[in-house]
Ligand binder design. Structure first.
Ligand SMILES: [Zn+2]
Length: 391
């Protein structure tokens, strides 16, 4: 593997933004960040060179379900294709959102299928683990989930699905107000599985009790959860006020109003928010009408709707949500890096090797133009996507 030099007008590091900088990538890692002349002097003469405006840590999407026509539930080949394709949106690390199915066996089968792709070389992004968004969620806040497929939290069933995941299950979502949830949350935390709260009608008190037990993420904050009322703050109130929860946010301007997003950002700051896509398989596809899971859906403007107007998952890619964050939250580049990469890395325990640009870290990087469009995506030192080419 030859050296890679990436020159950018602005390189976003935890210490701040470095102007007119360069990063040297060797054997999959960033080994130096500095002024171009110094970095060039360290590099092999045959080094490959990329140039762009802004260099950010590669995006980490904690919560998505597919990309470019490929669904994660449809077996290892489709999951691999989705993980490969999502790199075009600047994403370098993803967690596969799963958990739909009529029976536990059916869910276990989709889990086992996606597990085969975890940590494999896809030629695109890296699938870092599996995420069970369902089925242990509330029928009162089911969103697009099939009510007949929901289940009560059960340690035995979690053990079964964890076994199907073969050591790759990294996160489970639960509605903490359901019977059995406390034991379920404690078991997950003991196993080192990150617990998120969502698709839930929990009271504020139930949410905080779950945080005390170790729950750490608010699942697509505001969507499919008990909202903020000034006398009963609900799960949304917990996400707005508790530093114990990293608040996921779908900033597609469809799922959450920009003013609500701003309220969350001002309440929690850049350290408390993680941008996600919650992207369906139709993310990255052209506007139009598609047939998916037995339903006709219309994709337009980053939204995917059933004929009656019901939202059926987001189709706004990660880089577009990043641009929304810059405009709607007036977030600076250091804040954007935290919300698109650093916070997620910390929440999932990846921060010793990815999630920021610094010597010694894995070279998971996204190079953007001045408008924050993706020019190139680098995963562990390999350029897996270049705009305008089939990298
Ligand atoms: Zn959801």
């Amino acid at each position: 593997m030859i050296d890679l030099i990436i020159e950018a007008e602005r390189i976003v590091t935890p210490a701040g933004v470095r102007r007119d900088g360069a990063a040297l990538v060797r054997h999959g890692r960033v080994i130096a960040v500095g002024v171009p002349r110094e970095v060039n002097s360290l590099a092999d003469v045959r080094a490959d060179v990329l140039r762009g405006e802004v260099l950010l840590p590669g995006f980490i999407d904690l919560h998505w379900h597919g990309y470019g026509g490929h669904r994660l539930d449809d077996g290892p080949e489709q999951a691999r294709a989705a993980v490969r394709a999502v790199a075009a949106s600047g994403v370098t690390t993803v967690y596969a959102g799963l958990g739909a199915g009529a029976t536990l066996d059916a869910i276990a089968a989709t889990v086992a299928g996606a597990a085969a792709v975890v940590d494999s070389d896809t030629g695109g992004a890296r699938l870092a683990g599996l995420f069970l968004e369902g089925p242990f969620i509330s029928p009162e806040k089911k969103g697009a989930w099939n009510a007949a497929h929901l289940r009560l939290p059960s340690v035995a069933e979690a053990e079964r699905l964890s076994a199907a995941a073969n050591g790759t299950l990294r996160r489970v979502n639960v509605a903490p107000e359901l019977p059995g949830a406390p034991a379920f949350i404690r078991w997950c935390v003991e196993q080192g599985i990150v617990v998120s709260l969502g698709h839930s009608n929990a009271t504020y008190e139930q949410a905080l009790a779950a945080v005390e037990m170790g729950a750490a993420i608010s699942n697509h904050t505001f969507n499919a959860m008990s909202g903020l009322d000034h006398r009963s703050p609900g799960l949304a109130g917990a996400a707005l006020s508790s530093d114990g929860l990293l608040a996921e946010l779908i900033l597609d301007r469809v799922h959450v109003h920009p003013a609500a997003a701003r309220a969350l950002y001002r309440a929690r700051g850049a350290a408390g928010v993680a941008l996600i896509t919650d992207g369906s398989a139709l993310t990255g596809m052209a506007d139009g009408t598609y047939y998916q899971l037995g339903r006709t859906v219309a994709v337009a403007g980053g939204a995917c709707r059933l004929p009656d107007g019901t939202l059926a998952g987001s189709t706004s890619p990660f880089d577009r949500n990043l641009r929304h964050a810059r405009e709607d939250l007036t977030a600076d580049l250091v804040a954007l890096a935290a919300m698109t990469s650093g916070n997620a890395a910390r929440a999932m325990g990846l921060d010793s090797h990815t999630g920021r640009i610094a010597p010694g870290m894995e070279a998971d990087l996204v190079l953007l133009d001045a408008e924050l469009n993706v020019r190139a995506t680098v995963v562990r030192g390999v350029v897996v996507y270049r705009a305008g080419t089939e990298a």
